[in-house]
Design a protein around this ligand. Structure first.
Ligand SMILES: [Zn+2]
Ligand SMILES: [Zn+2]
Length: 154
């Protein structure tokens, strides 16, 4: 994670992303470890504003998304730094137009693992998230889809 638009101290972001990755670790064959060493990371997370020149889809008027992710080998998760992010459920509840960072992280990590969108509104992989909503638990549909993508050999 590196750039100037990070809205919270890294120390506060680590547990949010740790939990978001943990959510997917048990139904998938992956273990996730955080590192700040860019060259050994396989997945990269950053906050970006507007014209993000490294990115094929800048967060401008046409790309007014909360975040987007590109699965490996790119393996990047870009979060829109122009949105109001919350990492504390209490602040989320009391802040209009705020979005729950962990909920969005769990969704985008699903994309990093190769999943596309679900039509089930309760699923993590449903395409939209309301402001002030918190959705961090995998739905049966998410689990079925990750199991289908990475079948257990035993
Ligand atoms: Zn981007
Ligand atoms: Zn999505």
């Amino acid at each position: 994670m590196e750039n100037e638009h990070i809205p919270f101290p890294i120390a506060d972001l680590r547990p949010v992303f740790r939990e978001a990755f943990e959510t997917w670790a048990s139904p998938s064959p992956f273990d996730f470890t955080q590192t700040s060493i860019e060259r050994i990371a396989q997945l990269h997370i950053g906050f970006y504003k507007g014209q993000d020149l490294d990115c094929p889809i800048p967060f401008d008027d046409l790309g007014d998304f909360l975040a987007h992710a590109f699965y490996p080998p790119s393996g990047t998760l870009h979060i829109n730094a122009d949105k109001i992010w919350a990492i504390d459920p209490k602040i989320l509840k009391n802040t209009e137009e705020s979005y729950d960072l962990q909920s969005v992280a769990v969704h985008e990590i699903g994309h990093l693992l190769g999943l596309d969108h679900s039509r089930i509104p309760e699923a993590i992989m449903y395409p939209t998230l309301d402001s002030q909503a918190r959705k961090v638990e995998l739905h049966g549909d998410d689990i079925a889809r990750i199991n289908f993508m990475y079948p257990r050999s035993s």
